[in-house]
Design a protein around this ligand. Structure first.
Ligand code: SF4
Ligand code: SF4
Length: 204
């Protein structure tokens, strides 16, 4: 059994309710973001034969930990604190075992592990496994006003929505095999795109 997230970028309005509800549920410090909403865009207005044409684009992508199939965070953890749960595939950190070396943070290409500056250990999205064990969904999923997020067995999500994961600004999925499925925005660019840029770096 492996849980994963479905992210409907075509529906997402970038309101960040998911990010805020997660902060509220997990009671995290200012600056700690288990879920981050990327604003990705680029392009420009261009003049051709005296006429201005709009080539700009922008879209949103709400990302937390992807509870990857090949979690580089887990492989790099020297104490075993960062681990993948056998029962549901969620990647969680045992703060009693973590020594705060931050190797997992350096190795994750998604910026998911978040250092807890008060406790001096790592923290991260745990897929709200306690809520899930009570039959609830993660709080980000339940709070999204656009219903742009879903959480389920990744095989069920892939059957419903396909297997797209390689969307900018995310890295190529071959690195860690993330358990996510993305419904792409009409203007989406592929991973590795160099036309666009992250428009809200201070928010992620
Ligand atoms: S709450 Fe939903 S619509 Fe708002 S940013 Fe998050 S995913 Fe997008
Ligand atoms: S997204 Fe990062 S922290 Fe989460 S499982 Fe993958 S490598 Fe680990």
């Amino acid at each position: 059994m492996q849980y994963g997230f479905y992210i409907n970028s075509a529906k997402c309005t970038g309101c960040k309710t998911c990010q805020v509800s997660c902060k509220d549920e997990k009671d995290t410090d200012i600056g700690t973001k288990f879920r981050r909403v990327y604003e990705y865009g680029g392009g420009s207005w261009q003049q051709t034969n005296g006429l201005w044409q709009n080539n700009t684009f922008a879209y949103y992508l709400s990302i937390s930990c992807n509870h990857c199939e090949e979690p580089t965070c887990v492989h790099g953890c020297p104490t075993g604190a960062m681990h993948k749960r056998k029962e549901d595939g969620l990647v969680v950190v045992d703060q009693d075992v973590c020594v705060g070396c931050r190797y997992c943070e350096m190795r994750c290409p998604y910026g998911a592990p978040q250092f807890d500056h008060q406790k001096r250990v790592m923290s991260k999205c745990d897929g709200c496994y306690e809520r899930v064990s009570q039959g609830l969904k993660p709080v980000c999923v339940d709070s999204c006003p656009q219903r742009a997020l879903e959480f389920d067995d990744i095989n069920v999500l892939r059957e419903k929505y396909g297997n797209e994961r390689d969307i900018a600004p995310l890295p190529n999925s071959s690195l860690t095999k993330p358990n996510i499925v993305i419904n792409t925005h009409a203007h989406a660019k592929c991973s590795g795109d160099t036309i666009g840029r992250i428009l809200n770096p201070e928010e992620i």
